[in-house]
Design a protein around this ligand. Structure first.
Ligand code: 0X9
Ligand code: ZN
Length: 300
């Protein structure tokens, strides 16, 4: 089992996923979102207590230096399988959960083994390395807040879905797209809950409900430690940026509720969040997830 006082490397996370499938063979299925440029599996798991349930999708680690993202996703996974809390059990039993803690495995390994601040994947482009996998999705690709320069950290790639990671993961998501009720993408840092879209401050169709649900969830998040998150659309809350996963999921798959978490902190430690903050972060985010589900049911 996992502890929450340190960050886990890719092979530990993948071994843990296999352990869960062995421990809960009727409930947990190992799934793959494809294969990375360097040949690693984009490994995930499905938690399902029966047929015909709507889906909640968790996407972690698309930016490899944001280590708190996989740590959060792993914690949620563990809670869904082991918690005695009634709301958590409700969430586990009444949805099919599709969970990918590390959607950029090559970058994650590079961040652990070579360069802590690595963000992109590791595909070579000329003399440079890496495409920003959160600029490579096929929705308003290269329109705002993305670079055509492969030297840059926000390099969008030569064309939409040019990368094996985004191409195969998007195909996987699309294959279950009409079953997804809620899609959550986990990043760090800056303590925000972001709604699509990244190209415009114009609100999406259900913006007011989605924002209200999100704000109530961030209220729940603040209860344990007073941690404050801002809620709003990407373009007005963080910056203009297109080609991200959540815009594609919202626009192309019409998923009702789509959010991007920017987890702790506000810049004191930034991407290098101290291990002592993993558990408090995980606890408060878990509270917000349960509130998202509760509020989503109220708003229908
Ligand atoms: O720039 C990003 O990709 C995200 N911020 S981060 O510091 N984690 O890199 C913001 C993503 C907002 N989402 C979209 N633009 N779709
Ligand atoms: Zn990020």
């Amino acid at each position: 089992s996992m502890r929450w006082d340190g960050y886990y490397n890719l092979s530990s996370i993948n071994a843990w996923i296999d352990d869960l499938a062995a421990e809960y063979p009727k409930i947990v299925t190992v799934i793959t979102g494809g294969t990375s440029y360097e040949g690693r599996s984009i490994k995930g798991l499905r938690i399902s207590h029966g047929q015909g349930r709507r889906v909640i999708f968790l996407e972690g680690g698309i930016h490899s230096r944001e280590w708190i993202s996989p740590a959060t996703v792993n914690y949620i996974t563990n809670e869904l399988l082991t918690s005695d809390n009634e709301e958590t059990k409700f969430a586990a039993h009444n949805f099919d959960w599709y969970i990918f803690p590390v959607t950029n495995p090559d970058g994650y390994v590079w961040s652990f083994e070579n360069f802590r601040m690595w963000r992109k994947n590791r595909r070579p482009v000329g003399e440079h390395f890496g495409i920003d996998l959160n600029r490579n999705w096929d929705n308003n690709w290269m329109v705002e807040g993305a670079s055509s320069n492969p030297a840059r950290d926000d390099y969008a790639g030569p064309e939409p879905f040019s990368e094996p990671e985004t191409k195969s993961l998007s195909e996987f998501i699309a294959s279950i797209g009409d079953r997804i009720d809620m899609y959550l993408s986990f990043h760090s840092y800056s303590q925000m809950l972001l709604l699509p879209f990244g190209n415009t401050t114009a609100p999406l169709a259900n913006y007011h409900d989605a924002r209200e649900i999100g704000m109530r969830a961030m209220g729940a998040l603040s209860v344990k430690y007073g941690t404050q998150y801002r809620t709003g659309n990407i373009a007005e809350t963080i910056y203009l940026a297109t080609g991200g996963s959540v815009d594609w999921v919202k626009e192309e798959l019409k998923v009702p509720l789509v959010y991007c978490y920017e987890l702790r902190d506000n810049g004191t430690y930034g991407f290098v969040l101290p291990p002592a903050q993993i558990l408090p972060n995980n606890l408060e985010v878990m509270d917000s997830i349960l509130e998202l589900i509760f509020q989503a049911r109220r708003f229908g």
